[in-house]
Design a protein around this ligand. Structure first.
Ligand code: ATP
Ligand code: RIB
Length: 314
């Protein structure tokens, strides 16, 4: 059998329309914004871009409309040399997201409409069997239908591909998914939805990780924003601190940056600890830049931050 390589991502692309403002408007209120941008987004697509910039050979499975936003997606994939496993639909538009970014705290709130990618089916995933089975790592999320995520994770697992599930945004999915996850990577809110209690302390994260392992996953990686990532596996249970190299401007897409960096490092043969640190450094740079996919750093930048952090003993 040919050696497996690279990362395959199943997910959605949307055009992110990002609004910078001091706060969210109330219902019925119009508020003056202080900044605006349109750029490539969608969790799966952001993760694919992050992994490619981090040095991985990447394939991206999705559906787009035949429109301007779809053209934007393909331009990004051309620039990052991403293998495009895309179905172009004539009867549905490419999706879009409204992103509010708080100009003072850098926090965000998002409404996402998946458009054409919201119709990804299990058959669409089965059609990409060759690409998925040839990969070293397969990753998906919950912005496209959960049935498609389940199909991809199961197919990948059976073929010996390392599987990573980012259960984002929080939402229902079949319990069967857990047993097909080598890694599950929820943020605090998503982890809370899965285990039924708030993740406030390190001990909460460890307890949540243990419950996720009982449900059938191999390793839990709970992202904790500026605190970092809690890694819980049968072998280790540890907080990997966040790291950054400049003031934080925009945290949207931070979770995607982490997943992209983490999966690229896994595909590169790194250990869980090394890959988690690589993911944290990828995300730590992305939060210092505005936007989601455009904020993803190049491999050299990630390595420079890791080297600097090691040299400073952090
Ligand atoms: P988003 O939904 O905004 O993409 P998320 O909620 O999925 O993000 P977070 O847990 O907020 O994910 O962040 C993911 C990772 O990004 C964190 O584990 C951390 O490594 C990094 N990160 C997030 N915020 C910061 C920050 N303020 N400073 C440094 N690193 C950060
Ligand atoms: O994780 C950030 C992403 O979530 C944004 O790019 C937005 O499109 C939403 O899908």
């Amino acid at each position: 059998m040919a050696e497996k390589s690279g990362v395959t991502v199943l997910g959605i692309f949307v055009a992110d329309t990002a609004y910078l403002a001091p706060r969210m408007p109330e219902i019925g209120e119009t508020l003056a914004g202080t900044g605006f941008s349109v750029g490539p987004g969608g969790k799966g697509s952001n993760q694919a871009v992050a992994a490619a910039r981090a040095g991985a050979e990447v394939s991206f499975i999705s559906k787009l409309g035949r429109d301007t936003f779809g053209d934007m997606a393909r331009k990004v994939y051309d620039e990052s040399a991403i293998n495009q496993c895309l179905t172009i639909m004539d009867d549905l538009p490419t999706g879009a997201a409204f992103i509010f970014v708080n100009q003072d705290t850098a926090e965000n709130a998002i409404i996402v409409y998946p458009g054409a990618a919201g119709t990804i089916t299990s058959q669409d995933v089965l059609d990409q069997r060759g690409v998925i089975e040839a990969s070293k790592v397969f990753v998906t999320q919950l912005e496209q239908p959960a049935e498609a995520a389940l199909c991809g994770l199961e197919m990948a697992r059976i073929a010996g591909v390392t599987t990573v599930f980012n259960p984002a945004p929080a939402g229902a999915f079949p319990d069967e998914i857990f047993q097909h996850c080598d890694y599950i990577a929820p943020n605090e809110t998503e982890a809370e939805a899965l285990v039924g209690f708030s993740i406030v302390s390190e001990d909460d994260a460890r307890r949540a990780g243990a419950i996720l392992l009982e449900k059938g996953v191999g390793t839990a990686l709970i992202t904790l924003g500026e605190k970092g990532v809690y890694l819980h596996s049968p072998n280790e249970s540890v907080l990997i601190p966040a790291l950054t190299n400049a003031p934080v401007l925009d945290t949207s897409g931070a979770g995607d940056a982490f997943i992209g960096g983490f999966t690229a490092a896994l595909a590169d043969g790194k250990s869980d600890l090394e890959a988690t640190r690589f993911g944290c450094a990828t995300a730590g740079i992305s939060v210092t830049r505005r936007g989601t996919a455009p904020a993803m750093p190049m491999r050299e930048e990630v390595i420079a931050l890791l080297d600097a952090s090691e040299a400073s003993g952090a």
